[in-house]
Structures are given as C-alpha cells and as structure tokens.
Design a protein around this ligand. Structure first.
Ligand code: URA
Length: 257
C-alpha cells in the first residue's frame, strides 16, 4: 500500500508496508489508509456526500475494491494497495533507463529492487536533481502526460549571463525544431544561473531552449516536480514519499484542480 506514516514523520525506502487488499473494504477505511484523514473524518466526508466511487456518490458502509475509482470532492485518488513512489536525487552520469546496453549506471541501481519501480519521465544522463520512480502506472501517466501540465523547475547554470530580452524569449516561447515551446517561467537567480519552470516534457527541452538564446547549459539540476521539493536529499540518495506527498502529487494531477 502507499506508505502511510504521519506527514511529519520521515520515511525511508525500507519503511513501506505492504497489505493485501483482496476483498472489498469499507470506503472510509481505504480513504484513511491512503492518508485522506482519520476514519472519523472520512466518515464525515462520506456523510456529507463528498465521496464518489466510480462516479456515484456513496453512503456510509459502502465497500470498494482495488479496481474502483474513488474521488473526494471530484478529485480522484490512487488506491493501489502496494503502490510505492520514491524520490531520488539523481546524480550526473546516471541514465534514466531500467537497463543500459552500454553498461552505464542507471537510476534503477539507486533504488530498492523490490517492488520493481520505473522512472517517471526521464532526465538526461548529465542532468541532476529530483526524479520520481514508482510502480503506480496511473500516477506516472498523469505526471508525464502534457495535458496534465505538471510543472518542473530547473536550475540551469549557463554560459554567460542572459539579458532581460533573452529571459523574456524563454518565457514567451522559443522556436525549436519540434515547434514553439509553451510559455514558461524564467528568472535570473544570479549571473549565469537561471531558474526555468516548464510544464512540457520534450527531449532535452531546457538545454535546447538555452542553446537557442545563445547561453548553452553547463550544468542542469531539477529542483521541483509539481509540489515536490527536497533540498535535504543528497545526490544519489533516495527516499519513499510520505502519504501526504503522494496526496499532493495526486491533487496536482487531478482533473478538478
Ligand atoms: N530538459 C533538459 O534539457 N534535460 C533534462 O534532463 C530535463 C529537461
């Protein structure tokens, strides 16, 4: 199941628990388990008509199984019983694939081997910073599909220091060979250091955007994925998301956002 410590507790990859969910369970029990609130709070939500299962408002006492879609206030939550999502601070020099034909180190080498997880999107071999890995295919799809527009923030150390006009170009859209980039946020943090926030996921997008304004990237670090940041996580280190973070991610990709 989704690791479910209290939000204030830190979680390590080994702390996740697994629970079988083989027969239907009461809705409030499932909601409480994924961290929506205490059972009492979840019962109140059901009584207030805020909870739907497969689109139908449910009554207290209703039961659900792992195949059912549960939503609170129109927001859908993944209830996959043994879902786990890791946050990795990817070091430079690792590839974002499960197995590399050239024998290079992969991000999979840096996370626990069981249960098997896969990277959510990809970072270039030389890009550093935050990368999610999960076994929850639905969550991964929503986090990477452009229609959900999840923001990704990067710190780009570039050659030279972009002018205000160059930063404006980054914001307004850059003509790349695969089309104009969507509006982005771009700000100069210090000379030669640009904070860029995009919500597309094109191949080498930030590097190509910076190339196009004449300031090639020297070092690229992803500093945020949607609501997720972690300045304490050292390069090469990984941790399991706590329940509250999983909920934040699910809210970020919820259609009723
Ligand atoms: N943009 C890039 O250019 N590279 C990455 O790894 C991620 C975003």
């Amino acid at each position: 199941m989704i690791p479910n410590p209290k939000p204030s507790e830190s979680a390590s990859p080994t702390e996740s628990t697994t629970a079988e969910w083989t027969s239907p369970e009461r809705v409030q029990k499932v909601l409480a388990r994924i961290g929506i609130g205490s059972r009492r709070v979840c019962e109140d939500m059901i009584e207030a008509g805020r909870v739907t299962v497969n689109g139908e408002t449910v009554q207290l006492g209703a039961k659900v199984g792992p195949e059912d879609d549960i939503a609170v206030d129109g927001r859908q939550y993944s209830t996959m019983p043994d879902a786990i999502t890791y946050l990795l601070n990817k070091p430079a020099g690792t590839v974002t694939t499960a197995a590399d034909t050239h024998g290079r180190p992969t991000v999979i080498d840096l996370v626990p081997s069981s249960p098997r997880v896969f990277p959510v999107g990809r970072l270039d071999m030389e890009t550093e910073g935050l990368l999610l890995l999960t076994n929850d295919g639905g969550l991964a799809h929503r986090l990477t599909h452009p229609s959900f527009g999840v923001e990704k923030e990067y710190l780009a150390h570039v050659k030279g220091s972009p002018s205000r006009g160059a930063l404006r170009s980054l914001r307004e859209g850059i003509e790349l060979e695969d089309g104009v980039t969507a509006p982005a946020q771009a700000a100069l943090v210090s000379p030669g250091l640009v904070r860029i926030t995009i919500h597309e996921g094109r191949n080498r997008q930030v590097r190509r955007m910076c190339d196009a304004i004449g300031h090639p990237v020297l070092r690229l670090v992803r500093s945020r994925i949607g609501p997720l940041v972690d300045s304490q996580l050292r390069p090469g280190k990984v941790r399991a998301l706590i329940a509250e973070e999983v909920l934040q991610l699910q809210r970020a990709v919820s259609p009723s956002r």
